[in-house]
Design a protein around this ligand. Structure first.
Ligand code: UDP
Ligand code: MG
Length: 309
């Protein structure tokens, strides 16, 4: 490998940047691979930028990008990926939850010929509620998405140049990078690791930011909910129609049916129609969002037998 890039976004992380750099430098030195480290300051206001700057002055492998305000982790990673020149790029957090000591293992697996090697969180050392929510979210999204999204994986991974070029070429704005990465296909594999606690400081993901990331994931990749709505609507109408027919039969045989039942049945029919309409609108919106995202129709792995004339 000619050049390895490390892309790390940070936001108000003055307690951890220095120790992150030390552990990263140690790990990189052990690989003997020519590398660049791109630290992306996502609008920090606590002096983190000055620390990153001092690291950059000390080590000429380090580059710093500073964003004009806080744009969010996914945008900060995008900024770093646009600048990365490496043949392979590793994306990792600054808070040492993604241990730099894993870098040699990622590279080793990558050298077996994979395009993406992602780290799979086998154990998380976080509170039980947070652990449960993460587990549930990744499993739900993976079920809802037509693309195979590996569970319990974050952005911590190594990606090949062609994956980075594809990511950089996508014009879509709400980026859920770990999902897009899977969407590209090619050879991808996970390696397990224990996710440490954050080294110091508080999580920079407020509940609002976390929910917004989760929503980006769902909106970008999940289409099943609208299909469920559509079929639920059909099922309600089907079942209500049968009940309505039975009521009419009862009526013919002289059994009277109370007004409440009739009202209930008509209400059910109308709610079924509404479900169907919502499902259709959702599907149409899904199609429109596919169009505006301009994702390529397909990505070719290889072409055989095509000759240039
Ligand atoms: N981060 C960022 N911008 C943000 C929020 C977070 O660049 O708006 C960075 C943060 O500094 C860290 C990484 O993204 O390097 C992951 O954030 P954090 O550790 O706070 O999230 P958690 O691990 O708790 O999900
Ligand atoms: Mg973290």
């Amino acid at each position: 490998m000619k050049l390895l890039s490390i892309v790390t976004p940070f936001y108000n992380e003055k307690e951890v940047i220095e120790i992150f750099y030390e552990r990263l430098a140690k790990a990189l030195n052990s690989t003997n691979i020519h590398s660049e480290v791109i630290l992306v300051d996502d609008g920090s206001t606590d002096g983190s930028f000055e620390i990153a700057k001092s690291i950059q002055e000390r080590d000429n492998r380090v580059k710093v990008i500073s964003l004009s305000r806080n744009f969010g982790q996914q945008s900060a990673i995008t900024a770093g990926l646009n600048e990365a020149r490496g043949e392979a790029v590793i994306v990792m957090d600054v808070d040492l939850q993604d241990p730099p000591e894993m870098i040699p293992a990622l590279i080793e697996k990558f050298n077996e010929g994979y395009d993406v090697v992602y780290a799979v969180r086998e154990k998380r050392k976080e509170g039980i509620i947070k652990r449960f929510c993460y587990r549930a979210f990744y499993r739900m999204l993976s079920k809802l998405s037509p693309v195979k999204l590996p569970v319990d994986t974050g952005d911590f991974c190594i990606m090949s140049r062609r994956i980075i070029d594809l990511l950089n070429s996508l014009p879509e704005r709400n980026r859920y990078i770990r999902g897009l990465r899977s969407w590209f296909g090619w050879a991808q594999v996970g390696i397990p690791y224990e996710r440490d606690r954050r080294y110091k400081g508080e999580s920079k993901y407020t509940l609002g930011k976390l929910l917004s990331l989760a929503l980006d994931g769902i909106v970008s990749f999940a289409r099943l909910p609208f299909q469920i709505l559509f079929f639920l609507g059909l099922a309600i109408i089907g079942a209500t129609s049968v009940a309505l027919l039975m009521c009419l039969l009862f009526l013919l045989t002289g059994i009277s049916i109370s007004l409440i039942i009739w009202i209930l049945l008509f209400l059910l029919i109308f709610s079924g129609i509404q479900f169907i309409c919502l499902g259709l609108i959702g599907e149409i919106l899904g199609h429109i969002s596919d169009e505006v995202k301009h994702r390529p129709h397909y990505i070719i792995r290889d072409k055989l037998g095509f000759k240039d004339f």
